[in-house]
Design a protein around this ligand. Structure first.
Ligand code: MG
Length: 463
Protein backbone atom coordinates (compact mmCIF):
# COMPACT_ATOMS: atom_id res chain seq x y z
CA UNK A 1 0.00 0.00 0.00
CA UNK A 2 1.23 3.48 -0.74
CA UNK A 3 2.49 6.13 1.64
CA UNK A 4 -0.47 8.40 2.06
CA UNK A 5 -3.13 5.72 2.45
CA UNK A 6 -3.80 6.03 6.16
CA UNK A 7 -5.48 3.08 7.81
CA UNK A 8 -7.06 3.43 11.23
CA UNK A 9 -9.47 1.37 13.29
CA UNK A 10 -12.58 3.00 11.92
CA UNK A 11 -11.57 3.52 8.31
CA UNK A 12 -9.09 4.29 5.58
CA UNK A 13 -8.16 7.71 4.25
CA UNK A 14 -6.10 8.86 1.28
CA UNK A 15 -5.42 11.42 -1.41
CA UNK A 16 -7.92 11.12 -4.22
CA UNK A 17 -6.38 9.70 -7.39
CA UNK A 18 -3.01 9.03 -5.79
CA UNK A 19 -3.72 6.46 -3.13
CA UNK A 20 -7.43 6.37 -2.79
CA UNK A 21 -8.63 4.92 -6.09
CA UNK A 22 -11.85 3.11 -7.02
CA UNK A 23 -9.93 -0.19 -6.89
CA UNK A 24 -8.79 0.46 -3.31
CA UNK A 25 -12.26 1.61 -2.26
CA UNK A 26 -13.95 -1.45 -3.81
CA UNK A 27 -11.54 -3.81 -2.05
CA UNK A 28 -12.02 -2.22 1.38
CA UNK A 29 -15.79 -2.16 0.86
CA UNK A 30 -15.71 -5.86 -0.07
CA UNK A 31 -13.66 -6.56 3.06
CA UNK A 32 -16.14 -4.61 5.20
CA UNK A 33 -19.05 -6.40 3.49
CA UNK A 34 -17.44 -9.76 4.27
CA UNK A 35 -17.09 -8.79 7.92
CA UNK A 36 -20.63 -7.40 8.11
CA UNK A 37 -22.34 -10.15 6.15
CA UNK A 38 -24.02 -12.42 8.64
CA UNK A 39 -25.56 -14.76 6.12
CA UNK A 40 -28.95 -13.29 7.00
CA UNK A 41 -28.77 -10.93 4.06
CA UNK A 42 -28.91 -7.82 6.16
CA UNK A 43 -28.08 -4.79 4.03
CA UNK A 44 -25.21 -2.33 4.42
CA UNK A 45 -26.08 1.39 4.31
CA UNK A 46 -23.89 3.67 2.23
CA UNK A 47 -23.76 7.47 2.20
CA UNK A 48 -21.33 10.18 1.18
CA UNK A 49 -20.49 13.80 1.87
CA UNK A 50 -20.30 16.46 -0.87
CA UNK A 51 -16.76 15.81 -2.13
CA UNK A 52 -16.30 15.68 -5.91
CA UNK A 53 -14.91 12.14 -5.59
CA UNK A 54 -18.01 10.99 -3.67
CA UNK A 55 -20.17 9.68 -6.54
CA UNK A 56 -17.24 7.76 -8.08
CA UNK A 57 -16.19 6.16 -4.78
CA UNK A 58 -19.78 5.45 -3.85
CA UNK A 59 -20.21 3.39 -7.01
CA UNK A 60 -16.93 1.58 -6.34
CA UNK A 61 -17.93 0.81 -2.75
CA UNK A 62 -21.35 -0.44 -3.82
CA UNK A 63 -19.71 -2.73 -6.40
CA UNK A 64 -17.35 -4.06 -3.72
CA UNK A 65 -20.22 -4.73 -1.32
CA UNK A 66 -22.39 -6.36 -3.98
CA UNK A 67 -19.46 -8.53 -5.06
CA UNK A 68 -19.42 -10.30 -1.69
CA UNK A 69 -23.19 -10.76 -1.70
CA UNK A 70 -24.12 -7.69 0.35
CA UNK A 71 -27.33 -5.83 -0.39
CA UNK A 72 -26.85 -2.07 -0.23
CA UNK A 73 -29.15 0.76 0.83
CA UNK A 74 -27.83 3.99 -0.69
CA UNK A 75 -28.84 7.13 1.23
CA UNK A 76 -26.88 9.41 -1.13
CA UNK A 77 -25.38 12.79 -0.22
CA UNK A 78 -25.98 13.13 3.52
CA UNK A 79 -24.43 14.01 6.87
CA UNK A 80 -22.38 11.38 8.69
CA UNK A 81 -24.92 11.13 11.54
CA UNK A 82 -27.70 10.60 8.96
CA UNK A 83 -25.91 7.41 7.83
CA UNK A 84 -25.47 6.26 11.43
CA UNK A 85 -29.20 6.75 12.06
CA UNK A 86 -30.08 4.96 8.80
CA UNK A 87 -28.04 1.93 9.94
CA UNK A 88 -30.18 1.77 13.07
CA UNK A 89 -33.43 2.45 11.16
CA UNK A 90 -32.85 -0.34 8.63
CA UNK A 91 -31.41 -2.70 11.27
CA UNK A 92 -28.52 -2.95 8.84
CA UNK A 93 -25.37 -5.04 9.19
CA UNK A 94 -23.34 -1.84 9.15
CA UNK A 95 -22.63 1.30 7.17
CA UNK A 96 -19.96 2.91 5.05
CA UNK A 97 -19.60 6.69 4.92
CA UNK A 98 -17.49 8.23 2.20
CA UNK A 99 -16.12 11.33 3.90
CA UNK A 100 -12.79 12.78 4.93
CA UNK A 101 -14.64 14.95 7.48
CA UNK A 102 -12.80 18.27 7.94
CA UNK A 103 -9.79 17.31 5.80
CA UNK A 104 -9.03 19.37 2.68
CA UNK A 105 -10.75 18.81 -0.64
CA UNK A 106 -8.08 16.50 -2.09
CA UNK A 107 -8.78 13.84 0.54
CA UNK A 108 -11.51 11.27 0.90
CA UNK A 109 -12.03 8.27 3.15
CA UNK A 110 -14.17 5.28 3.98
CA UNK A 111 -15.52 5.21 7.50
CA UNK A 112 -16.97 2.01 8.86
CA UNK A 113 -20.03 1.90 11.09
CA UNK A 114 -21.08 -1.23 12.98
CA UNK A 115 -24.64 -2.58 13.30
CA UNK A 116 -25.08 -0.43 16.44
CA UNK A 117 -24.59 2.78 14.42
CA UNK A 118 -21.20 3.43 16.07
CA UNK A 119 -17.78 3.50 14.40
CA UNK A 120 -15.95 0.19 14.57
CA UNK A 121 -13.91 -0.68 17.65
CA UNK A 122 -10.36 -2.03 17.55
CA UNK A 123 -11.31 -5.71 17.27
CA UNK A 124 -13.77 -5.24 14.40
CA UNK A 125 -11.54 -2.69 12.64
CA UNK A 126 -8.57 -5.06 12.82
CA UNK A 127 -10.66 -7.87 11.32
CA UNK A 128 -11.74 -5.70 8.37
CA UNK A 129 -8.12 -4.70 7.83
CA UNK A 130 -7.00 -8.34 7.80
CA UNK A 131 -9.70 -9.16 5.26
CA UNK A 132 -8.67 -6.23 3.04
CA UNK A 133 -5.01 -7.30 3.16
CA UNK A 134 -5.80 -11.01 2.67
CA UNK A 135 -5.26 -12.96 -0.52
CA UNK A 136 -8.86 -13.54 -1.42
CA UNK A 137 -12.30 -12.31 -0.51
CA UNK A 138 -15.35 -14.60 -0.76
CA UNK A 139 -16.81 -13.14 -3.97
CA UNK A 140 -20.35 -14.09 -4.89
CA UNK A 141 -21.27 -16.14 -7.94
CA UNK A 142 -23.51 -14.70 -10.64
CA UNK A 143 -26.64 -15.74 -8.78
CA UNK A 144 -25.68 -14.38 -5.34
CA UNK A 145 -24.61 -10.81 -6.14
CA UNK A 146 -26.08 -8.18 -3.82
CA UNK A 147 -28.78 -5.71 -4.85
CA UNK A 148 -28.93 -1.90 -4.46
CA UNK A 149 -31.85 0.12 -3.23
CA UNK A 150 -32.04 3.91 -2.87
CA UNK A 151 -33.43 5.48 0.32
CA UNK A 152 -34.25 9.13 -0.24
CA UNK A 153 -35.94 9.61 3.15
CA UNK A 154 -32.92 9.34 5.44
CA UNK A 155 -32.54 13.13 5.84
CA UNK A 156 -36.22 13.76 6.55
CA UNK A 157 -36.24 10.96 9.14
CA UNK A 158 -33.13 12.46 10.77
CA UNK A 159 -34.66 15.95 10.96
CA UNK A 160 -37.98 14.61 12.29
CA UNK A 161 -36.11 12.66 14.98
CA UNK A 162 -34.15 15.76 16.07
CA UNK A 163 -37.32 17.86 16.26
CA UNK A 164 -39.05 15.16 18.32
CA UNK A 165 -36.35 15.11 21.01
CA UNK A 166 -37.55 15.85 24.52
CA UNK A 167 -34.47 18.02 25.10
CA UNK A 168 -35.29 20.30 22.16
CA UNK A 169 -37.80 23.01 23.13
CA UNK A 170 -39.36 23.75 19.75
CA UNK A 171 -41.97 26.13 21.14
CA UNK A 172 -39.46 28.27 23.01
CA UNK A 173 -37.19 28.42 19.95
CA UNK A 174 -40.03 29.31 17.58
CA UNK A 175 -41.19 32.11 19.86
CA UNK A 176 -37.79 33.77 19.64
CA UNK A 177 -37.74 33.85 15.80
CA UNK A 178 -33.95 33.70 15.84
CA UNK A 179 -31.98 35.24 13.03
CA UNK A 180 -29.27 32.72 12.14
CA UNK A 181 -26.17 33.17 9.99
CA UNK A 182 -25.12 29.79 8.60
CA UNK A 183 -21.97 28.53 6.83
CA UNK A 184 -22.02 24.92 5.62
CA UNK A 185 -18.72 25.26 3.64
CA UNK A 186 -20.27 23.70 0.48
CA UNK A 187 -20.35 20.35 2.27
CA UNK A 188 -23.27 18.06 3.09
CA UNK A 189 -24.69 20.56 5.62
CA UNK A 190 -26.56 22.42 2.88
CA UNK A 191 -28.77 19.34 2.49
CA UNK A 192 -30.26 19.59 5.97
CA UNK A 193 -29.14 22.49 8.20
CA UNK A 194 -31.21 25.28 6.54
CA UNK A 195 -34.34 23.13 6.70
CA UNK A 196 -33.71 22.30 10.35
CA UNK A 197 -33.50 25.97 11.33
CA UNK A 198 -36.45 27.00 9.16
CA UNK A 199 -38.59 24.33 10.80
CA UNK A 200 -37.53 25.84 14.13
CA UNK A 201 -39.00 29.16 13.02
CA UNK A 202 -35.63 30.83 12.44
CA UNK A 203 -34.78 33.28 9.69
CA UNK A 204 -31.69 31.89 7.99
CA UNK A 205 -29.03 33.88 6.11
CA UNK A 206 -26.51 31.45 4.66
CA UNK A 207 -23.25 31.23 2.76
CA UNK A 208 -21.69 28.19 1.10
CA UNK A 209 -24.93 26.20 0.99
CA UNK A 210 -24.02 24.56 -2.34
CA UNK A 211 -23.41 20.84 -1.87
CA UNK A 212 -20.71 20.59 -4.55
CA UNK A 213 -17.78 19.92 -2.20
CA UNK A 214 -15.75 22.86 -3.54
CA UNK A 215 -14.74 24.16 -0.12
CA UNK A 216 -14.05 27.90 -0.42
CA UNK A 217 -11.90 27.91 2.73
CA UNK A 218 -10.18 25.31 4.94
CA UNK A 219 -13.23 23.30 6.00
CA UNK A 220 -12.54 22.76 9.70
CA UNK A 221 -14.89 25.02 11.72
CA UNK A 222 -12.12 26.52 13.89
CA UNK A 223 -12.12 30.26 14.68
CA UNK A 224 -9.55 31.29 12.03
CA UNK A 225 -11.76 29.80 9.28
CA UNK A 226 -14.97 31.58 10.31
CA UNK A 227 -14.20 35.17 9.30
CA UNK A 228 -16.77 35.27 6.49
CA UNK A 229 -19.40 33.87 8.85
CA UNK A 230 -18.52 36.57 11.41
CA UNK A 231 -19.00 39.23 8.74
CA UNK A 232 -22.35 37.68 7.77
CA UNK A 233 -23.49 37.78 11.41
CA UNK A 234 -22.68 41.50 11.61
CA UNK A 235 -24.21 42.32 8.22
CA UNK A 236 -27.45 40.48 8.96
CA UNK A 237 -27.50 41.45 12.66
CA UNK A 238 -27.91 37.76 13.45
CA UNK A 239 -28.44 36.38 16.95
CA UNK A 240 -25.94 33.61 16.31
CA UNK A 241 -23.57 32.32 13.61
CA UNK A 242 -23.40 28.58 13.05
CA UNK A 243 -20.79 26.63 11.05
CA UNK A 244 -20.63 22.90 10.47
CA UNK A 245 -17.84 20.75 9.05
CA UNK A 246 -18.27 19.04 5.63
CA UNK A 247 -19.87 15.88 7.03
CA UNK A 248 -21.98 17.71 9.62
CA UNK A 249 -20.92 16.01 12.82
CA UNK A 250 -19.25 19.10 14.31
CA UNK A 251 -20.79 22.51 14.92
CA UNK A 252 -19.12 25.78 15.93
CA UNK A 253 -20.69 29.01 17.14
CA UNK A 254 -20.05 32.68 16.32
CA UNK A 255 -21.52 35.18 18.80
CA UNK A 256 -23.91 38.01 17.92
CA UNK A 257 -20.95 40.36 17.50
CA UNK A 258 -19.40 38.11 14.85
CA UNK A 259 -16.71 36.58 17.09
CA UNK A 260 -16.09 32.80 16.99
CA UNK A 261 -16.37 31.62 20.61
CA UNK A 262 -14.39 28.37 20.15
CA UNK A 263 -15.77 24.88 19.47
CA UNK A 264 -15.64 23.82 23.12
CA UNK A 265 -18.69 25.94 23.88
CA UNK A 266 -20.93 23.88 21.60
CA UNK A 267 -20.89 20.92 23.98
CA UNK A 268 -20.95 23.20 27.04
CA UNK A 269 -24.13 24.89 25.73
CA UNK A 270 -25.74 21.57 24.79
CA UNK A 271 -25.05 20.25 28.31
CA UNK A 272 -26.70 23.34 29.84
CA UNK A 273 -29.71 22.87 27.58
CA UNK A 274 -30.16 19.22 28.55
CA UNK A 275 -29.38 19.47 32.30
CA UNK A 276 -30.85 22.91 32.94
CA UNK A 277 -34.48 22.04 32.36
CA UNK A 278 -34.46 18.34 33.04
CA UNK A 279 -37.51 16.47 34.25
CA UNK A 280 -35.66 14.25 36.67
CA UNK A 281 -34.66 11.67 34.07
CA UNK A 282 -31.13 13.02 34.03
CA UNK A 283 -30.56 12.88 37.80
CA UNK A 284 -27.40 11.07 38.78
CA UNK A 285 -26.38 10.34 35.21
CA UNK A 286 -22.90 11.50 34.19
CA UNK A 287 -21.62 13.53 31.25
CA UNK A 288 -18.84 12.01 29.13
CA UNK A 289 -16.16 13.86 27.18
CA UNK A 290 -12.61 13.05 26.11
CA UNK A 291 -9.39 13.74 27.97
CA UNK A 292 -8.57 16.81 25.84
CA UNK A 293 -11.94 18.55 26.18
CA UNK A 294 -12.02 22.02 27.72
CA UNK A 295 -12.95 22.79 31.32
CA UNK A 296 -15.84 24.91 30.02
CA UNK A 297 -17.58 21.56 29.47
CA UNK A 298 -16.80 20.37 33.01
CA UNK A 299 -18.03 23.69 34.45
CA UNK A 300 -21.32 23.35 32.55
CA UNK A 301 -21.93 19.88 33.98
CA UNK A 302 -20.89 20.86 37.51
CA UNK A 303 -23.38 23.75 37.48
CA UNK A 304 -26.09 21.11 37.62
CA UNK A 305 -24.28 18.67 39.89
CA UNK A 306 -23.50 16.20 37.10
CA UNK A 307 -20.32 14.16 37.26
CA UNK A 308 -17.95 14.34 34.27
CA UNK A 309 -16.21 11.18 33.12
CA UNK A 310 -13.39 11.44 30.59
CA UNK A 311 -12.67 8.83 27.91
CA UNK A 312 -9.63 8.41 25.64
CA UNK A 313 -9.56 10.62 22.55
CA UNK A 314 -11.58 9.14 19.65
CA UNK A 315 -15.29 9.23 18.91
CA UNK A 316 -15.80 5.48 19.42
CA UNK A 317 -14.19 5.63 22.91
CA UNK A 318 -16.53 8.43 23.98
CA UNK A 319 -19.53 6.64 22.43
CA UNK A 320 -18.87 3.36 24.22
CA UNK A 321 -18.31 5.13 27.55
CA UNK A 322 -21.64 6.96 27.13
CA UNK A 323 -23.39 3.62 26.65
CA UNK A 324 -21.54 1.91 29.49
CA UNK A 325 -22.38 4.65 32.00
CA UNK A 326 -25.85 5.51 30.60
CA UNK A 327 -24.61 9.09 30.35
CA UNK A 328 -27.18 11.80 29.73
CA UNK A 329 -25.05 13.56 27.11
CA UNK A 330 -21.46 13.58 25.93
CA UNK A 331 -19.15 14.52 23.14
CA UNK A 332 -15.90 16.20 22.23
CA UNK A 333 -14.48 19.68 22.62
CA UNK A 334 -14.25 20.03 18.83
CA UNK A 335 -17.95 20.82 18.46
CA UNK A 336 -19.09 17.19 18.43
CA UNK A 337 -22.21 16.68 20.56
CA UNK A 338 -23.47 13.15 21.29
CA UNK A 339 -26.97 12.98 22.72
CA UNK A 340 -27.93 9.36 23.36
CA UNK A 341 -31.63 10.24 23.51
CA UNK A 342 -31.29 10.16 19.69
CA UNK A 343 -28.15 8.11 19.07
CA UNK A 344 -24.57 7.83 20.29
CA UNK A 345 -22.70 9.68 17.56
CA UNK A 346 -21.60 13.26 16.95
CA UNK A 347 -24.49 15.10 15.38
CA UNK A 348 -24.47 18.77 14.32
CA UNK A 349 -28.27 19.06 13.82
CA UNK A 350 -28.75 17.83 17.40
CA UNK A 351 -26.08 20.28 18.59
CA UNK A 352 -27.77 23.17 16.74
CA UNK A 353 -31.21 22.40 18.15
CA UNK A 354 -29.87 22.10 21.71
CA UNK A 355 -27.84 25.32 21.45
CA UNK A 356 -30.95 27.19 20.27
CA UNK A 357 -32.94 25.63 23.12
CA UNK A 358 -30.47 27.09 25.61
CA UNK A 359 -30.47 30.45 23.86
CA UNK A 360 -34.29 30.56 23.86
CA UNK A 361 -34.73 29.54 27.48
CA UNK A 362 -31.83 31.42 29.06
CA UNK A 363 -33.00 34.70 27.53
CA UNK A 364 -29.40 35.77 27.06
CA UNK A 365 -27.21 36.49 24.05
CA UNK A 366 -24.40 34.13 23.04
CA UNK A 367 -21.73 36.52 24.37
CA UNK A 368 -23.59 36.83 27.69
CA UNK A 369 -23.73 33.04 28.02
CA UNK A 370 -19.98 32.86 27.39
CA UNK A 371 -19.29 35.62 29.93
CA UNK A 372 -21.33 33.90 32.65
CA UNK A 373 -18.80 31.11 33.22
CA UNK A 374 -15.03 31.01 33.80
CA UNK A 375 -12.87 31.27 30.72
CA UNK A 376 -9.71 29.41 29.86
CA UNK A 377 -7.00 29.23 27.23
CA UNK A 378 -5.87 26.01 25.58
CA UNK A 379 -2.29 25.80 24.31
CA UNK A 380 -1.00 22.93 22.16
CA UNK A 381 2.57 21.95 21.31
CA UNK A 382 4.50 18.97 20.07
CA UNK A 383 8.05 17.85 20.44
CA UNK A 384 10.12 15.40 18.49
CA UNK A 385 11.20 12.35 20.41
CA UNK A 386 14.95 11.83 20.58
CA UNK A 387 16.32 8.72 18.82
CA UNK A 388 16.77 6.96 22.16
CA UNK A 389 13.26 7.84 23.13
CA UNK A 390 11.25 6.35 20.29
CA UNK A 391 10.40 3.01 21.81
CA UNK A 392 6.91 3.21 23.31
CA UNK A 393 8.14 2.14 26.73
CA UNK A 394 10.46 5.14 26.87
CA UNK A 395 7.50 7.45 27.25
CA UNK A 396 6.93 5.82 30.62
CA UNK A 397 10.04 7.58 31.91
CA UNK A 398 8.62 10.90 30.67
CA UNK A 399 5.32 10.17 32.41
CA UNK A 400 7.11 9.15 35.61
CA UNK A 401 9.13 12.37 35.61
CA UNK A 402 5.96 14.41 35.10
CA UNK A 403 4.17 12.63 37.92
CA UNK A 404 7.10 13.23 40.27
CA UNK A 405 7.25 16.91 39.33
CA UNK A 406 3.48 17.37 39.71
CA UNK A 407 2.81 14.95 42.57
CA UNK A 408 -0.15 17.01 43.78
CA UNK A 409 -2.04 16.65 40.48
CA UNK A 410 -4.69 14.02 39.75
CA UNK A 411 -3.24 11.60 37.18
CA UNK A 412 -5.24 9.80 34.47
CA UNK A 413 -3.36 7.18 32.45
CA UNK A 414 -6.11 5.96 30.07
CA UNK A 415 -4.49 7.64 27.07
CA UNK A 416 -0.96 8.92 27.65
CA UNK A 417 -0.85 10.96 30.85
CA UNK A 418 -3.30 13.65 31.89
CA UNK A 419 -2.48 15.68 35.00
CA UNK A 420 -5.25 17.82 36.38
CA UNK A 421 -5.87 20.48 38.99
CA UNK A 422 -9.20 22.20 39.76
CA UNK A 423 -8.68 24.95 37.17
CA UNK A 424 -6.06 23.56 34.78
CA UNK A 425 -4.71 20.39 33.18
CA UNK A 426 -1.87 19.05 31.06
CA UNK A 427 -2.35 16.11 28.66
CA UNK A 428 0.73 14.39 27.22
CA UNK A 429 0.43 11.60 24.67
CA UNK A 430 2.38 10.12 21.79
CA UNK A 431 1.32 11.11 18.29
CA UNK A 432 -0.37 8.29 16.41
CA UNK A 433 1.19 9.26 13.09
CA UNK A 434 4.71 10.62 13.71
CA UNK A 435 7.59 10.21 16.22
CA UNK A 436 6.37 13.14 18.26
CA UNK A 437 4.96 13.68 21.69
CA UNK A 438 1.94 15.97 21.91
CA UNK A 439 1.25 18.41 24.73
CA UNK A 440 -2.03 20.12 25.35
CA UNK A 441 -2.70 22.32 28.36
CA UNK A 442 -5.58 24.46 29.56
CA UNK A 443 -5.48 27.10 32.28
CA UNK A 444 -7.20 30.38 33.23
CA UNK A 445 -4.57 32.35 31.27
CA UNK A 446 -2.40 31.56 28.25
CA UNK A 447 0.70 32.25 30.38
CA UNK A 448 -0.33 29.58 32.89
CA UNK A 449 -1.10 27.08 30.11
CA UNK A 450 2.20 27.86 28.39
CA UNK A 451 4.04 27.29 31.66
CA UNK A 452 2.59 23.79 31.97
CA UNK A 453 3.61 23.00 28.40
CA UNK A 454 7.15 24.33 28.91
CA UNK A 455 7.62 22.28 32.04
CA UNK A 456 6.33 19.20 30.20
CA UNK A 457 8.72 19.78 27.32
CA UNK A 458 11.64 20.35 29.63
CA UNK A 459 11.02 17.06 31.46
CA UNK A 460 10.50 15.26 28.17
CA UNK A 461 13.83 16.50 26.86
CA UNK A 462 15.59 15.51 30.10
CA UNK A 463 14.05 12.03 30.35
MG1 MG B 1 -16.65 15.59 10.62
Amino acid sequence: MSDTLMVSVSGVRGLVGTDLTPEVVARWAAAFGTWAHTGKRKPVVIGRDARTSGPMFSQAAIAGLNSVGCDVIDVGLVATPTVQLAVEHHRAAGGIILTASHNPIEWNALKFVGPDGIFLDTIAGTRVRELAAGASLPRANYNAIGAVEADSNAISRHLAAVLALRGVDIRAIRRRKFRIALDTVRGAGGALMPELFERLGCRVAAINLETDGLFPRPPEPVPENLKALGALVRRKKADIGIAVDPDVDRLAIVDEKGRPIGEDYTLAFAIRAVLGWSDGRTAGRPVVCNLSTSLVVEDAAKEFGAKVVRAPVGEAHVARKIIELKAVIGGEGNGGVMYPALHVGRDAPVAGALVLTLLARARASVSELVARAPQYTIVKAKQELGAGNRAPGKLDTVYAALRRRFAEAVADTQDGLRLSWPDRWLHVRPSGTEPMIRFIAEAPSSGDAQQLIEEGRRLCAAS
